[in-house]
Design a protein around this ligand. Structure first.
Ligand code: ATP
Ligand code: MG
Length: 561
């Protein structure tokens, strides 16, 4: 059945076992069920890749189901963003479904449960109900409304639906067992009154079903075979099954809930609720801020869908929760961009370099390979002239032999150009180096085939011709949180760990071939990292995001400190 030679994960083992026991392969059906109360994040990517991956492996349909039962938090904006993100990741859902489309069916089933004496209207305050619920070690006690007659319950539930009562006055509860060892089985709430307009059903309803009552029944309506959710729902499975037992038609498929571990990423938070706080408090510039671990933030930052999928694939799924280091995600984007990103030159921290023996009015165009990893990427020409910018860090007056860059009296090659020798430098009144004067060897031009062109020097620097360079805004990003697990502290709020230096905006100088770059085009700025064109960029004012550095400098810095 499986098309990939990779070993099976434990969910696939469950499915294989079901198939071995005679379950028809063409009945398999999966779903990805986000609540539209925020944007999808990298944790969701694991769930998306798992469910849609199963769809591909078993050639089975996968529904995109919006779990939209809480009108207080849900919005159309989030529905749209979720669809965009799943599509962008490269997946196609079979049917777009909404739990809200099942409100009438769920209501009718609830009425059936009341008729069977398995649900009742409770008219106590939530505080009273909480007291009766007991604790994990003490059983709960039955409330005074538990034995209402079927007629009274039907009447009250109808009244709830018709809007006769205020919020908080009545709830519908399943009548299960107030002394169950599973707290979730102690007469869980199925419906509450909420006089709120819903983004799809508007004011049709003023009672809304709870998650547990909705989720399994939605799976059943859609005939989902394997309903995969994260571990915190493991104790809900008993209730999931109890609800199904009470509505199921034995001729139909019975969905099965199975749990896998939530994925956490280091130096960030993956919870829509917490991400919403960052947005609302203005700590980031919206859900798609390139520092956000949201799919839309990663997309804006220059991540590719392939890199996110290969990341999710590598970490796989697990039975226990753990924290995945963000450097692994960065490894995957680096690896992909190395294959696809054209190489260009851009100087981020400029130092002027004057080639004193290069004629003032002269300029020439140097042929450069666009991507050594991809022969089909072709060539471009970059202008060279007497005055260039190099990176400040690439020059020192004096340095030891391990400094393979430019120092006074030393030689380096200018990438795709000539060998130069630093002769002298100029400083400002504070002693900062503001200009380097050098000479070049006219016979050493890269690719000219001359003996001098083949001469080896330690160190090759990137550069731009000052007269031709484009000044651009460059946004450099660092970790959004200084702590590895910002939400893992009992005594401290995660917001205390927000990194105040997570964004640095500078002016960089890039070669003129970038003039025609379009929004989201991705490049390697040689020796500096991978960058993409931000969506705010205009032809007059280009803006680049640093997607990721070329190497993992963060880990090294941490070790030093
Ligand atoms: P959040 O706390 O961020 O809102 P959630 O679980 O409430 O997460 P849902 O919209 O309900 O978000 O999630 C849709 C699906 O994605 C669920 O099946 C959920 O279990 C799964 N999921 C959510 N977060 C993660 C995560 N960090 N790792 C793996 N799966 C996740
Ligand atoms: Mg949720």
């Amino acid at each position: 059945m499986s098309e990939s030679p990779k070993s099976l994960n434990f969910i696939e083992h469950i499915i294989e076992e079901d198939l071995a026991n005679g379950f028809p392969p063409n009945a398999l059906r999966f779903r990805f069920p986000p609540e539209p109360n925020g944007y999808l994040h990298i944790g969701h990517a694991s769930s998306i890749c798992l469910n849609f991956g199963l769809g591909l492996r078993y050639n089975a349909p996968v529904n995109l189901r919006f779990d939209d039962t809480n009108p207080i938090k849900e919005e159309q904006e989030f529905v749209d963003a979720i669809k965009r993100d799943v599509e962008w990741l490269g997946y196609e859902w079979d049917t777009e479904c909404y739990a809200s489309d099942y409100f009438q069916t769920l209501y009718d089933w609830a009425v059936e449960l009341i008729k069977q004496g398995k649900a009742y209207v409770d008219s106590q305050s939530s505080e009273e109900m909480a007291i009766q619920k007991g604790t994990p070690t003490e059983p709960g006690v039955n409330g005074p409304y538990r034995n209402r007659s079927v007629e009274e319950n039907l009447e009250l539930f109808k009244g709830m639906k018709e809007g006769l009562f205020d919020e908080g006055t009545h709830v519908l509860r399943a009548k299960i067992d107030m002394s169950s060892s599973n707290m979730l089985m102690r007469d869980p709430i199925m419906y509450r009154i909420l006089k709120r307009a819903h983004h799809r059903t508007n004011t049709d309803w003023c009672i809304y079903p709870m998650y547990d009552w909705t989720h399994g029944e939605s799976d059943y309506i859609e005939q989902i075979t394997h309903s995969l959710c994260t571990l915190e729902f493991a104790p809900h499975r008993e209730l999931y099954d109890w609800f199904l037992d009470n509505i199921i038609d034995p001729d139909k498929v019975r969905p099965k809930q199975r749990e896998f571990a939530r994925r956490n990423l280091s130096h960030t938070v993956v919870s829509k609720r917490k991400l919403l706080q960052l947005v609302e408090k203005g700590l980031v510039n919206g859900w798609d801020d390139p520092r956000m671990p949201t799919i839309s933030g990663l997309r804006r930052r220059g991540y590719t869908p392939e890199s996110i999928r290969s990341f999710a694939d590598t970490i796989g799924i697990a039975k226990r929760e753990n924290v995945v280091d963000v450097s692994l995600l960065e490894f995957h984007i680096r690896e992909h961009l190395n294959k696809i990103a054209p190489r260009v030159m851009g100087v981020l921290n400029p130092l002027k370099l004057v080639i004193t023996n290069y004629p003032e009015e002269q300029e020439e165009w140097l042929r450069s390979e666009n991507n050594p990893e991809d022969a089909s990427a072709g060539f471009r020409d970059i202008p060279f002239s007497r005055e260039l910018y190099i990176e400040k860090e690439d020059f020192r007056e004096e340095a030891n032999r391990k400094f393979f860059r430019l120092k006074l009296g030393g030689e380096v090659r200018l990438k795709n150009g000539y060998i130069i020798k630093a002769e002298s430098c100029t400083k400002d009144t504070e002693g900062n180096i503001i200009e380097v004067q050098c000479t070049y060897d006219p016979k050493s031009k890269s690719g000219s085939g001359s003996e001098e062109s083949l001469r080896k020097v330690k160190g090759t620097l990137h550069w731009v011709s000052i007269k031709h360079a484009l000044p651009v805004e460059v946004r450099l990003y660092d970790r959004l949180f200084t702590d590895e697990t910002p939400d893992g502290h009992k005594d401290k709020d995660f917001l205390e760990f927000v990194n105040p230096d997570s964004l640095t905006v500078i002016t960089g100088y890039v070669e003129p071939s970038l003039k025609n770059a379009k929004i989201n085009d991705r490049f390697q700025f040689q020796r500096m990292g991978y960058f993409n064109v931000d969506q705010d960029s205009t032809p007059e004012k280009m803006i680049f995001n640093r997607t990721v550095t070329l190497r993992d400098t963060w880990a090294k810095l941490q070790k030093k400190n």
